[in-house]
Structure formats: C-alpha cells, structure tokens
Design a protein around this ligand. Sequence first.
Ligand code: XMP
Length: 321
Amino acid sequence: MDIKEISLEDLNTDKFIAEIIEQISSSVGSGVAINALSGGVDSSVVTLLGHRALGNQFRSFFIENGLMREGEPEHIVSIFRDLGVSVELVDARKNFLDALKGLTDPEEKREAITGSFYKDIFSELVKKTGATYLFQGTNFTDIEETVAGIKRQHNILEQIGIDPEKMYGYKVMEPLIRLRKPAIRELGKVLGLPEELYSRPPFPGPALAARIIGEVTEERLDTVRAATRIVEEELAGCGAFQYLAILHEDRVVGMRDGRRDFGQQVEVRCWDSMDAKTGTPTRLSFDVLERLGQRISSEVPGVVSVTYNITAKPPSTIEAV
Ligand code: XMP
C-alpha cells in the first residue's frame, strides 16, 4: 500500500486544511464537484472542505437510501443549513431496496450498495450537475481493511481495481485518505462542525444494511431501526467507541401473553476501541444490559430475544455484515 498515514500526533490541522483546499481548487478549477453527505464525521468534514474550497461550485447531496437511522436525513440537512451549507436531499429508497432484494451474502449485499451509489445515483447526479469530481471521505482504515480482504468497504474503488473515470465517468477525490478517525474528528472540530457531529460514533456507509443478517427488507429495516434507536438512547454518553443493534436471521421460540411466539433475535454490540482496527466489548453494567433487553423486547415488535456480544475484534468485526 503506497498511501502514507498521517497520525493524529503528526497532523498540523491548519497546514493540512490549507493544502487540501489548494489541491481541491487547483484540481477542480472552474468546474463543479459533488459529494454525498451521510452525516458521519468523514463525509461531514469533506463537505466543509469542499464548501470552503469551491463555494457554489460545490454541491452536496444527502442520499436517502432507506437504510438510515430514524429521522437522520432531515436532521443532518438541518444541521448543515445552520452552518450555511445547503444540502440537497435525494430520495433513492427504491434503488437500494430493489438492488438488495433477495441477497443474503454479506459481500453481495455490500457490492449491491456500492453499485447503487456509484453506478446509479452518483452517475445520475454527475450528469445532472455537470460535475467532473466526486469527493468522498474514504479514510486510512477503510483502505487497510479492504486491502487486507476483511470487508469490502462501500467506498473503496481503486484498491480493488476499479477506475471510476472509466467505469462511471467521473473522477473521485479522497481528501481524508491518509487520516484515521481521531485525526478526522480533530479536523472537524477545527473546521467548526458541531460537537454532535465531530464526536459522533462511527456509522458504516452501508448503514443499517450492515446490521441485518440475511435479506434487507423494509420490514426488517424497521425492526433494526427501532432497536438502534433504543441502543443509542441507552448507551449515549457511556464513553464507548461504537454501539449498535444487529438483527439476526434465526428465529427462536419465545412467549408473549402466555403463548408461544416464534420470534426474532437482536444482538447488541458495544465496543471499546481506539481506531476500529481492534476492539473489545465494553464492560457495561448488568443493569444497563437488562434495561436494553427489557426495552428492545417490549418496544420492538416481534423481538423475543436480546443478546450482548462478548467477543473481541478480532475474530469478530465491529459490524455484523
Ligand atoms: P468492521 O465491521 O470492519 O468495521 O470491524 C470497522 C469500522 O468501519 C465501519 N464500517 C464501515 N464504514 N463503510 C464505512 O464507511 C463501510 O462499508 C463500513 N463497514 C464497516 C464500522 O462501523 C466500524 O467503525
């Protein structure tokens, strides 16, 4: 891998920002660039850099792929409106759900999501805006994991032999490729992102689809979305690196109102980690775990079993898909 990491200790934020802005301006020239904002710290930082460097020549889109958390698209668009950056919401729910229909293999699901983003949605946006560049928030860890063959990160192209210009008709620029999360958070802070965004736990590009084992359907998305809200409410402020809910495919026998209920299983994961490369399960108190079990099984329709993952990464990974 010939990309060299810039560690948090070695990062001079002002110098880095100045250099990236210069690089963006000289590459894009008088053209147009676009990006997809997901509300994660990586794409949020890219959005602010693009806006600073290019002003109106930069257009930012939030792709509503139907895989996001409750209320997320509107919330993120409104935060950026307050920052003076207008973000256009694109309704692409049907594209993604159609592409995921019938797929159960993790890598095939990831590939379907990548295809929907790059081939369908971004190509269309490039055509509509006349953009020559797509900016994205790929970071050093994404590259490392894809090159190591652990998971195909949704935003990796070149490292798996895809030339976006030949294949999709636009160039991709990745301003954060030499940084890991802690350094990207630091940049976000300096660029004026609200703390809610720069200190947010990571959230994967394939979104809730990375947390559904088996087929991704609207109904199963509703289930994992509701469980995710509860996990985030209960674990916000616990200091962990990341916490999530996973919907399993296997059903188990449970009971509700004195009757047998062959129901669904949700797994809660909560991680202590520095940079997502390795991780250990957070030692949550049993009271917290019991409350999660009680809330998820009573508030999320169909769930009769809630478990807590006690495996470290490796051999586990942070997400389940
Ligand atoms: P894993 O599951 O590989 O995740 O241990 C490591 C970190 O990366 C996030 N993740 C992704 N982020 N696109 C992303 O932008 C992806 O395809 C993707 N898959 C996993 C995950 O949430 C964790 O923080």
